[in-house]
Ligand binder design. Structure first.
Ligand code: ADP
Ligand code: TRP
Length: 328
């Protein structure tokens, strides 16, 4: 079984990305043939800053490696190193109705901003389908917000297969309910675009400051509190052990715990868990050659797979004139 997922290099990864997608994807690495990429073509729909593109691409790659991705097993690469996906996106665009793209949540929210929308933003789901289908992916580990995009990729695979024969594997989204929507500082879904994110690699001091800024209700030290509706606890349960979680939940339910204490506990478990990987991240960022070597090898491997699949699709639609007019 092949697993594939991507993340855009538009900012340093945040805790929502880490818990909702990166960790579940890493866990699949042992049971699946995994292909994980940095979605730089997709990032270009919103980020027009070449220096930022290079920096965040390196940061996202270093993030995967620092968190334990083994490049000898899992193929880690940059999307734009496999230009075959843009060709495949065209083939898929020709079996996709405008109506389907108009119904995409991401397009609708782009419309809500009132700004001019690029063709790239409108056809974002087609390129994403190409990413998925180009590698014969079976499973696509993502957070809940990407479910619709993976379903659109399924629809495009089926539309193409029904016209041209069984060319594409039909993929499944893989969404872990327990981490599908991680809350941010204000309790809404943690997202770069809401300004409520906690970046994964903040130095301890800044991490503590961010944690201390989590929004809570106005209950005082001696009020009984509800862990299940608290933004601090909402993150704590993803970093603490089951014993620590039960102990803090019990303290919420009796007088004597201020939110400041709860935040300090959250900071401590997060910092303890992230510190060793943070050191590896910093070491990788200090030796860009190492990251580049991994990405170059990943690109070669990924491109080999994509060329085969896109070749199948080209032949199915009648390009290349094989087999009737084979050149030999
Ligand atoms: P953002 O919403 O901050 O722009 P991305 O769109 O780059 O994040 O998301 C990359 C991956 O991380 C996707 O698979 C997405 O579903 C997942 N993800 C992002 N935010 C969260 C969150 N708050 N909870 C769970 N998963 C998330
Ligand atoms: N759209 C995804 C996001 O915003 C990133 C992405 C691009 C992706 N191509 C993909 C995810 C293919 C999974 C599979 O997070």
């Amino acid at each position: 079984m092949r697993a594939l997922t991507g993340i855009k290099p538009t900012a340093q990864p945040h805790v929502g990305n880490l818990l909702g997608m990166i960790q579940p994807a890493l866990a699949l690495g042992s049971s699946h043939d995994a292909y994980y990429f940095i979605a730089d073509y997709h990032a270009l729909t919103t980020m027009h800053d070449a220096e930022g593109m290079r920096r965040f691409t390196r940061e996202v790659a270093a993030t995967w490696l620092a968190l334990g991705l083994d490049p000898a097993r899992t193929c880690l690469f940059a999307q734009s190193d496999v230009p075959e996906v843009t060709e495949l996106a065209w083939l898929l665009a020709c079996v996709t109705g405008i109506g389907a793209l108009e119904r995409a949540h991401a397009y609708k929210s782009a419309q809500d901003t009132g700004k001019d929308i690029s063709v790239g933003t409108f056809s974002y789901p087609v390129l994403m389908a190409a990413d998925i289908l180009a590698y014969d992916s079976n499973a696509v580990p993502v957070g809940r917000d990407q479910k619709q995009h993976v379903e659109m990729a399924r629809d495009m695979a089926q539309a193409f297969n029904s016209r041209f024969g069984e060319v594409f594997v039909v993929p499944e989204p893989l969404i872990r309910d327990d981490v599908a929507t991680i809350p941010g500082l204000d309790g809404r879904k943690m997202s770069k675009s809401y300004g409520n994110a906690i970046e994964v690699w903040l130095p301890s001091k800044q991490l503590r400051k961010k944690v201390m800024s989590i929004v809570t209700d106005s209950r005082g030290v001696d009020d009984i509190k509800d862990p299940d509706t608290c933004n601090v606890f909402g993150l704590y349960k993803h970093f603490a052990t089951p014993e620590q979680i039960a102990a803090l939940a019990a303290r919420y339910r009796q007088p004597g715990l201020g939110y400041g204490h709860a935040k300090q506990e959250l900071f401590e478990v997060m910092d303890a868990q992230l510190a060793p990987a943070r050191e590896r991240f910093e070491a990788l960022m200090a030796s860009p050659g190492e990251v580049e070597t991994v990405l170059a090898a990943g690109a070669e491997r990924a491109r080999g797979v994509a060329k085969g699949v896109v070749g199948r699709a080209r032949e199915a639609v009648g390009f290349g004139r094989a087999p009737r007019w084979s050149r030999s």
